[in-house]
Ligand binder design. Structure first.
Ligand SMILES: Nc1ncnc2c1ncn2[C@@H]1O[C@H](COP(=O)(O)OP(=O)(O)OP(=O)(O)O)[C@@H](O)[C@H]1O
Ligand SMILES: [Mg+2]
Length: 335
């Protein structure tokens, strides 16, 4: 089955053609330069930029896959959760194409896309996790532990009580004047050798799968304010290393705890924060210690992409699911 997927839930306009779990094309147009100067995504600007990009991105995805609309078996778009003004653009494009071509159409949950992304066969030798697996989803808007029993049988075991992990990376980077988005720059700085400041890990001893990241963000802010003047370079690096360590350790601890308690042998990383090299290295170490098999998909499958949406939608279409043209985008849509 060959499917076109469209993703527009935040500030990436993306389209992809997949054949089963193989990617034929994967086009992402990022708006990061538009939002950078504001230090975060401006919804109105995101929506306007999706309007400009959506048609060329779809055309490029079809061309790069050497396909035309007549080769497709279905059309998929993210229908939530996300920014309403952004979602509506990709969703409307998908509905329009489906109406014009009479191809079946389905709206997909963005989080389900992230959670199934590890099953995409990017290289022939990429190890693919079988079901069931325990997934850590850590992104810009969500952070939680998910028991993925099957593609359509996913249970959220616990979520963040406040900020998402990616949001904490972005806010701490902003506070330290490191720019937007914060994840990649903090990742690079934290990969260096040197001292680190110790920051708290909320809910560490609790045997639940909940997270809280507002405390570590406040602790970083208080540490910076206590310094006389702006932090120097070595102080800045020590703060960044300590912050990343705090976030990474608690993320890995909770997903490994869940895997052990539910007796699931596979652990999967998902969402933009899963691109973090410190998280990937720490997860590999702790999973080995606990006899768990870790699946950390390529970085481009962690951050927003349309292949994960196309693949998740393809599974729905194969199961006979269809969406009507009356479906609306959903800002909130828990799995
Ligand atoms: N290398 C990295 N280390 C840590 N965080 C990262 C890294 N790369 C990206 N991120 C973070 O990932 C987030 C973006 O991830 P993603 O695109 O999955 O989120 P989103 O789509 O905005 O949110 P959601 O999926 O919850 O709707 C940003 O907060 C960004 O800072
Ligand atoms: Mg996302």
């Amino acid at each position: 089955m060959i499917v076109l997927g469209i993703e527009s839930s935040c500030d990436e306009t993306a389209a992809s053609v997949v054949d089963g779990n193989r990617v034929l094309s994967d086009v992402v147009s990022s708006q990061v330069d538009v939002h950078k100067i504001y230090g975060g995504v401006v919804p109105e600007l995101a929506s306007r930029n999706h309007i400009v990009s959506v048609a060329p991105v779809i055309e490029t995805a079809l061309k790069e896959a050497n396909t035309s609309l007549s080769d497709l078996d279905g059309i998929v778009a993210t229908s939530g959760p996300g920014l309403l003004g952004s979602l509506v653009i990709g969703l409307q494009a998908a509905k329009t194409l489906s109406y014009a071509t009479q191809l079946p159409f389905v709206g997909v949950n963005h989080l389900r896309g992230h959670l199934l992304a590890a099953r995409i066969q990017d290289e022939t030798d990429t190890p693919i996790p079988e079901f069931p697996y325990m997934a850590l989803l850590a992104s810009g808007g969500h952070t939680g532990v998910y028991h993925v029993r099957d593609w359509n049988d996913i249970e959220c075991l616990g979520e963040t009580r406040d900020d998402a992990a990616g949001e904490a990376f972005d806010k701490v980077a902003k506070l330290l004047g490191l720019g937007y988005p914060g994840g990649p720059v903090i990742d690079r700085m934290a990969a260096t050798e040197g001292d680190e400041i110790s920051f708290p890990q909320a809910l560490r001893q609790k045997k639940s799968y909940e997270f809280s990241f507002s405390g570590v963000k406040t602790a970083v802010a208080q540490h910076v304010h206590a310094i006389d003047g702006a932090p120097g370079e070595s102080e800045m690096f020590a703060i960044v290393r300590g912050f990343q360590k705090s976030v990474v350790e608690i993320l890995v601890r909770k997903v490994v705890l869940a895997a052990r308690q539910k007796q699931v042998s596979r652990v999967v990383l998902a969402g933009g924060v899963a691109a973090n090299s410190g998280l990937r290295a720490h997860a590999a170490e702790i999973c080995t210690q606990n006899d768990l098999t870790l699946f950390a998909p390529p970085r481009k499958r962690c951050t927003d992409n349309a292949s994960m949406i196309a693949y998740a939608g393809l599974l729905s279409l194969q199961a006979g699911e269809r969406s009507g043209f009356d479906i609306s985008p959903k800002a909130n849509w828990p799995l």
